[in-house]
Design a protein around this ligand. Structure first.
Ligand SMILES: C[S@@+](CC[C@H](N)C(=O)[O-])C[C@H]1O[C@@H](n2cnc3c(N)ncnc32)[C@H](O)[C@@H]1O
Length: 411
């Protein structure tokens, strides 16, 4: 191993969940525990300046940074659902405006649903295989909810209404809710599945408001500026002081399928490329040749001995991750820190040292590797086993540890 890894039990947080610090407003795959960000920023004495999270997902890094006194943050993600969740959590809205909108919404929707014919006048959303995923009644109710959410004038208030809408889409669809991938319920379960969509939504709306107003709103002072964009990170002239991020693990098509997890929500939200998202994520486009440069090359060569297709997929991921690090590196201020939280996944029985790859790439671009901590992974919301050998029944743990890789910009 080239860059030293220190096992640090302080970062295990055994028995702690995400919710013990900042409850999430919406489920999301592979969320980072905000506790990790809080403790590592404190350890590095980072309490001001600007923060970048180029793969911000549901925005856990912003929660960590706010807790440490950082008030200016920039996030990027190419999954619109992720951006929606992050924006909802970290945009300050007027609570009274929200409550007023909630009352109007309730009155309007109940009035509207009194006449069954009203629903026929609404335009149905464009959802692929809609009848496969939703019953007629669920489609009608979701369409009505979305219609009245779209009538809310304030964009920020609307965003907070859309978060429980997305969860309602998920919960009231025929998907198996304990999976990240899009699988339909068993036929015998479909018959008895008859959710009260409006009831589910209104309950989730209450819960969302409770969490937002108690955990997020109080921390969003006037000085706080958190900007989140639906896009890959775009290099810009400004300098960031710290990067805190947990990039995808390179298994978006297999294990942690962000796109699949979000497909139905994204389609209901009006995103017309929802089904293409997993292909757009890092490593989504395969190169013609496998990677032969750097520390990772030997590992990819080992994968290639048994499976060329998988070796190309792995190469695609590291090519993208390396290019992204290069772009990010140019935008960090001298003395600035980068904190990447990653897992070393196993492909074809080869454990891929992503932590080492990241340290190496940063060192190639004017950084010094400061430390890598290894933490035991016990509470991340992701499958712990998969079948990387593709031999039925033969599974290995996808990840038992996570690595916190810290580098500093020298020049
Ligand atoms: C491990 S998750 C981040 C989770 C986040 N830390 C949280 O707590 O919710 C990785 C994220 O990277 C996003 N992503 C994948 N490829 C991307 C790319 N090229 N540019 C921006 N975001 C990307 C995925 O949509 C996903 O939300």
């Amino acid at each position: 191993m080239k860059y030293q890894v220190v096992r640090n039990t302080k970062y295990d947080y055994a028995g702690q969940s995400y919710a013990s610090v900042y409850p999430n407003l919406h489920k999301y795959p592979a969320t980072m525990l905000p506790q990790i960000g809080i403790d590592i920023l404190k350890e590095l004495n980072v309490s001001s300046g600007t923060l970048l999270d180029p793969y911000c997902g549901s925005g856990s890094s912003f929660a960590s940074a706010l807790e440490c006194g950082i008030t200016e943050m920039y996030g990027f993600d190419i999954n619109p659902l992720a951006v929606l969740i992050s924006k909802a959590k970290f945009t300050k809205i007027s609570l009274s405006e929200f409550l007023e909108a909630k009352q109007t919404f309730r009155n309007n929707i109940f009035e509207f649903l009194k006449n069954e014919n009203n629903i026929n006048d609404l335009t149905r959303p464009k959802i692929t295989n809609i009848d496969f995923w939703f019953s007629k009644e669920v489609i009608a109710n979701l369409t009505a909810i979305k219609y009245f959410i779209d009538k809310i004038a304030s964009e920020n208030v609307r965003t907070l209404f859309l978060v429980p809408f997305s969860e309602t889409v998920r919960d009231c669809s025929y998907t198996r809710n304990n999976e990240f991938k899009l699988f339909r319920m068993k036929p015998e379960d479909l018959l008895s599945f008859n959710p009260d969509v409006i009831g589910v939504y209104l309950k989730k709306l209450e819960d969302t408001f409770f969490l937002y107003s108690n955990y997020y709103f109080p921390r969003l002072g006037n000085e706080v500026k958190i900007a989140v964009e639906y896009s890959k990170f775009q290099p810009r002239n400004e300098y960031f002081d710290v990067v805190l991020t947990s990039p995808p693990y390179g298994d978006s098509r297999t294990t942690v399928a962000y796109g699949q997890f979000s497909t139905l929500s994204n389609e209901w939200l009006g995103v017309n490329y929802a089904r293409k998202i997993d292909g757009m994520l890092m490593g989504g486009i395969k190169p013609k040749r496998i990677t032969t440069k750097g520390f990772i090359a030997d590992y990819i060569a080992q994968v290639n001995q048994t499976d060329n297709k998988r070796a190309l997929e792995v190469s695609a991921f590291y090519n993208d991750l390396g290019n992204s690090i290069q772009r990010i590196a140019t935008c960090i201020r001298k003395g600035g820190k980068t904190i990447y939280i990653v897992g070393n996944r196993t492909v074809k029985n080869v454990q891929l040292p992503t932590d080492q790859f990241i340290a190496e790439k940063f060192e190639e671009t004017g950084f010094k590797h400061l430390v890598t901590y290894e933490r035991a992974l016990s509470n991340k919301a992701m499958p712990s086993k998969n079948s990387p050998t593709n031999i039925t029944g033969k599974t290995v743990s996808t990840m038992l540890s996570e690595y916190i890789v810290v580098c500093e910009k020298l020049y």
